[in-house]
Design a protein around this ligand. Structure first.
Ligand SMILES: O=C(O)CCC(=O)C(=O)O
Length: 230
């Protein structure tokens, strides 16, 4: 996976649709879900991952796949190495309930100074705290909700081994320091939502009528395959 990630990120020019160079990382979207690139495709649709996602959701619901993505924080001094501002994922989605979660997999050993994520423990209990621009808003959420830092401990800086994985709920406040090293942070993300979640009908770039969704009905679309319990 690491070798393929290197080809995707270092050898292919970002097309601004499937792949982007952003301040916070270089990304490639849905190389498993849409492009069928192995072993990403098998992993992101695997029943084991689906079962694990359902266990985190704590309900016997089908598990829908939202997306998979390489999110590579580049070495310091190269575009795509800066801080991922603290945010929740939930406000980015027009879904009517919590439960979306993300598996974040290290494709190589990494140290905290490469930009390993940190989480405000228990912060999911605060509910949605507004949408943030990850690129410009490093402390924005914390400045608006100063109590968060007082009552929800920040997870310690973590070193990860290749294959280690963190999982976060879409309501957990999380972010990552910039990469201050000369080594890229190679990470692969896969996210899933509870299959009874309904599209609210609010405008959105992927959850929308073009994907075949109906307002206030559960998200069902070939774009978002049910990988478990369907
Ligand atoms: O990889 C990062 O720096 C942040 C990832 C993130 O925000 C997410 O997985 O929701």
């Amino acid at each position: 996976m690491l070798e393929l990630a290197k080809i995707e990120i270092l050898e292919k020019a970002p097309d601004q649709v499937r792949a982007h160079e952003r301040k916070v990382w270089r990304d490639v979207y849905n190389l498993g879900r849409d492009d069928g690139i192995e072993p990403f495709a098998t992993l992101c649709r695997s029943k084991v991952i689906g079962r694990n996602a359902q266990r985190f959701m704590r309900r016997e619901v089908p598990v829908g796949m939202h997306a998979d993505m390489l999110a590579v924080k580049m070495p310091s001094g190269v575009g795509g190495s800066s801080v991922t501002g603290y945010h929740q994922d939930f406000p980015n989605f027009p879904l009517d309930r919590a439960g979306l979660l993300t598996f974040w997999i290290a494709l190589e050993d990494m140290t905290p100074d490469q930009g390993v994520m940190r989480f405000f423990s228990g912060s999911h209990k605060e509910g949605p705290l507004g949408r943030r621009n990850l690129e410009q808003d490093e402390r924005g959420l914390l400045d608006h909700y100063p109590f968060v830092e007082r009552i929800h401990p920040l997870s310690p800086p973590m070193s990860l081994k290749a294959g280690d994985c963190t999982v976060h709920s879409s309501l957990v406040i999380h972010g990552a320091p910039g990469n201050t090293t000369d080594r890229a942070r190679w990470s692969y993300l896969m996210s899933y939502f509870p299959g009874d979640a309904c599209w609210t009908g609010a405008p959105h770039h992927i959850f929308n009528a073009e994907a075949g969704l109906e307002p206030l009905q559960p998200v069902r679309s070939p774009k978002f395959p049910v990988i478990y319990g369907g």
